[in-house]
Design a protein. Structure first.
Ligand code: KG4
Ligand code: ZN
Length: 467
């Protein structure tokens, strides 16, 4: 409170939030922000590559810690991502300069075992994490001491995998007394578009398409999202991966990219798969039915995949598989087009000023997806914004960047203790919605993915701001 009183009647130079954590193990959502203002003479000198954290801790033991007061370009954040099958780290400066980016993929494991097995993925993360993080720091020519904070994905994702990244982040942050920013993986997919497209302002619409999620989100402001649609069963990336596997493709490249490549050689109109959920006038998605249609098409053509990978298929067999790939892709993407058209109508009603549709997540690196969605967006007078493919698939840059966005408005956790025990109970959110559901957007179709463990990111942030 002392800090609050100090600022009255003095010229305001900068501002910060102070958080009062309810425990020492949460992220900012558990914290209660207090708005304080600093007089310029009270600000510590801005030192770009030095943690500004400690000097600003307010005397009162209840009020810790204070936000570092730093110019955007002085902030340097390490981002760590381990929510699924990629171990990734990156160092990004507040002005969006990417100082380094390292990704260690588990594609080989995926190809061998046919999917992500949590225990195996955890082991692969454990083997890779130290090297990946060190490489990211080395490539940026920095040490952990030079960082302003560490950002790490805390959900949604596989608990065992999330834990590896979070523990690593806490170890570094504890050793160097750095604040931690807990990141929502899907928010990071959306916000990385603001790094690559500097004039992308809120509000905007975002289609997030990955291996585990299909989301249509109206991003009203930082931390304020309305969920217009989600998947009621599988995500599109999962459908690409399964189809690729059933067609005997080389999964080492990743199922999605392999299928996209084969689809270029096929006739997309040869098989009339039905478009999912046309009877449901909402913005939700379903890919389970399309997967079944593909499976039946493969069986009816008697393509014997178990014994014949695509590399050794005869020309007829190969062309038959290419037709299935192209027909699948056409319908999978038509489903996206349908939902985006409706979402644009809804979004313009809620926020008439939106100008852009952001498309991000692994599947957004697909050129056919981009081309088709570009048509939809142009017809509505909006602009399509897609991050480059390397920033669409899981990466550390998106985590670091989202960390920067939140850090600059003072949303972060205090540094962990330097000697935190190994078995410390960390805050993980394997099932964590990004935004509140748009009431008119509730699916009539039965959703299998209703179970929620955590309140949405948006409701947590809104709640903390009202306190
Ligand atoms: O965002 P992401 O890297 O990880 C998750 O958060 O799930 O997305 C991975 C998904 C995988 O299903 C992968 O096959 C798919 O994105 N993907 C693609 C392409 N590149 C990656 N799908 C279709 N075409 C692509 N070019
Ligand atoms: Zn992802």
């Amino acid at each position: 409170m002392a800090a609050l009183l100090l600022s009255s009647a003095l010229p305001i130079s900068r501002f910060a939030f102070i958080f009062k954590p309810s425990s020492h193990r949460g992220w900012f959502p558990n914290s209660r922000p207090l708005f304080i203002q600093f007089r310029r003479s009270l600000c510590p000198p801005l030192n770009p590559l030095q943690s500004q954290f400690k000097p600003l801790c307010v005397a009162s033991s209840a009020l810790k810690p204070a936000a570092p007061i730093m110019a955007r370009e002085d902030v340097v954040i390490l981002g760590i991502e381990t929510s699924c099958d990629d171990t990734a780290a990156a160092v990004v400066r507040g002005n969006g300069e990417i100082l380094s980016q390292v990704v260690s993929s588990q594609a080989d494991l995926l190809a061998r075992y046919g999917g992500v097995a949590p225990k195996m993925a955890e082991e692969a993360h454990l083997l890779a994490i130290d090297k990946v993080v060190q490489q990211a720091l080395d490539n940026a020519n920095l040490t952990a001491h030079d960082l302003s904070a560490v950002a790490v994905t805390i959900g949604p994702g596989l608990s065992l995998c999330l834990r590896v990244g979070v523990c690593k982040a806490r170890r570094i942050a504890g050793m160097h007394s750095l604040p931690i920013v807990g990141i929502h993986h899907m928010e990071a997919h959306a916000l990385v578009a603001r790094l690559t497209e500097k004039d992308l302002h809120f509000p905007f619409l975002a289609l997030l398409i990955s291996g585990g999620h299909n989301l249509l989100i109206l991003a009203r402001d930082l931390g304020h999202y309305v969920q217009l649609g989600t998947t009621i069963d599988d995500a599109i990336g999962e459908a690409y991966d399964k189809t690729a596997r059933w067609l005997g493709l080389d999964m080492k490249k990743g199922g999605g990219p392999a299928l996209e490549e084969l689809a270029r050689q096929g006739d997309a109109d040869s098989i009339k798969f039905s478009i999912p959920m046309r009877q449901h006038k909402d913005c939700n998605f379903s890919y389970a039915g399309l997967k079944t249609q593909v499976r039946l098409a493969i069986e009816s053509r008697k393509i014997c995949i178990e014994n014949t990978p695509i590399s050794s298929a005869n020309p007829d067999d190969r062309s038959s598989r290419a037709d299935i790939a192209a027909s699948f892709q056409r319908v999978a993407v038509l489903h996206l087009e349908d939902r985006c058209e409706r979402a644009i109508e809804w979004a313009l009603k809620i926020e008439p000023s939106i100008k852009c549709l952001v498309v991000s997540g692994g599947v957004a690196s697909n050129q056919y997806v981009r081309k088709r969605l570009n048509h939809v967006v142009n017809n509505s007078g909006l602009r399509l914004v897609c991050p480059p493919p390397s920033l669409c698939t899981d990466n550390g840059v998106m985590v670091a960047w989202t960390g920067i966005e939140h850090f600059l408005v003072g949303r972060f956790d205090p540094p962990p203790l330097a000697n935190e025990p190994e078995d410390y109970l960390v805050d993980l959110r394997p099932r964590w919605p990004l935004g509140e559901e748009y009431s008119q957007g509730r699916s009539e179709a039965r959703s299998l993915k209703r179970a929620r463990i955590h309140p949405s990111l948006t409701s947590i942030i809104q709640g903390s701001m009202q306190q």
